[in-house]
Design a protein around this ligand. Structure first.
Ligand code: SAM
Length: 280
């Protein structure tokens, strides 16, 4: 039995041909075949770097059939690379089926990291990066799209969505309807000459893009959901606290409600109460 080969999953540029790692270039040169989402698109990249490795197509519509052909070649000891049109294969791009089958067949895989539109947009937008949710493309059907949005209305994380420019206005309208007003960033043409990040309230960017439709590929970033905080001082807190207690809430629970309502800590309310009792 020949030793099995390895599948190298290689990230490629999302717009700027120079965004490719040395390791990816060497691997693309050394493997026996490169499975690409669109061979004509990828040929331009390979020609630019004078890489002559044979290309074969691996796309959404032939993923299952191609995966088994590729598995056979890997079983025979050939090494292969998987690339998509842009960024990281498997991320809103074909790849998952082949990767799963390799793992099931005990064929080694390796990921060669590199460009990815979601992370580039997230960092560039200035939105919170500590925790975020990647949604990829929202469903095309309106009902399903709205259902997907209804499931994320109160997520306290930055939300990243991919969208084609001709569907951007429609998607922003749905987001505004379901999630309500909030800050948003639209990052377009990342890593390219006309890279732009538009920032503002959802309704503002919606009007902007209704007047001038955006060009180029886009990523949307929504700010995390925040509980509405009411403005008010110690007198308001204590009045409402008293009211809640009269309604039968225990003191600890009532303090928790007020703290959340005004966006303050329970200890601040506790201190205000002590001060009042001491007549300070
Ligand atoms: N695999 C890719 C990745 O790792 O980011 C994503 C591929 S997905 C089919 C294509 C979508 O990614 C586009 O519709 C757009 O939302 C986003 N995208 C890709 N390149 C981009 C760019 N240069 N600027 C902004 N968005 C981009």
């Amino acid at each position: 039995m020949p030793e099995k080969g390895t599948l190298y999953i290689c990230a490629t540029p999302i717009g700027n041909l120079r965004d490719i790692t040395l390791r990816v270039l060497k691997t693309l040169q050394d493997v026996d075949f490169i499975a690409a989402e669109d061979t004509r698109h990828s040929k331009k990249l390979l020609d630019h770097y004078k890489i002559k490795t044979p290309l074969l197509s691996y796309h959404q519509h032939n993923e299952r059939q191609r995966a088994s052909e590729l598995i056979t070649r890997l079983h025979k000891g050939e090494n292969g690379a998987l690339i998509s049109d842009a960024g990281m294969p498997g991320i809103s791009d074909p790849g998952q089926i082949l990767i799963r089958e390799c793992l099931e067949e005990d064929i080694a895989i390796d990921v060669l990291p590199g460009p990815n539109a979601a992370l580039t947009a997230l960092v560039l937008s200035g939105m919170p990066t500590d925790s975020f949710v990647y949604l990829g493309f929202l469903p095309l059907k309106k009902k399903e799209r709205k259902k997907a949005l209804a499931g994320i209305t109160k997520l306290p994380y930055t939300i990243i969505i991919y969208e084609a420019p001709h569907r951007l206005v429609r998607t922003l309208q749905d987001i505004l309807e379901i999630l309500g007003e909030r800050k948003i960033a639209v990052a377009r043409e990342l890593t390219k000459l006309h890279q732009t990040v538009y920032k503002g309230l959802l309704s503002e960017l919606l009007v902007r893009f209704q007047i001038t439709p955006p060009k180029g590929e886009c990523c949307l970033l929504l700010e995390p959901y925040k509980e509405e905080k009411i403005e008010g001082g110690p007198a308001d807190w204590l009045t409402e606290l008293r009211k809640l207690e009269l309604e039968g809430k225990d003191r600890k629970e009532a303090m928790k409600v007020i703290a959340k309502r005004y966006g303050i800590s329970k200890s601040v309310i506790y201190k205000a109460r002590l001060d009042k009792e001491k007549g300070r």
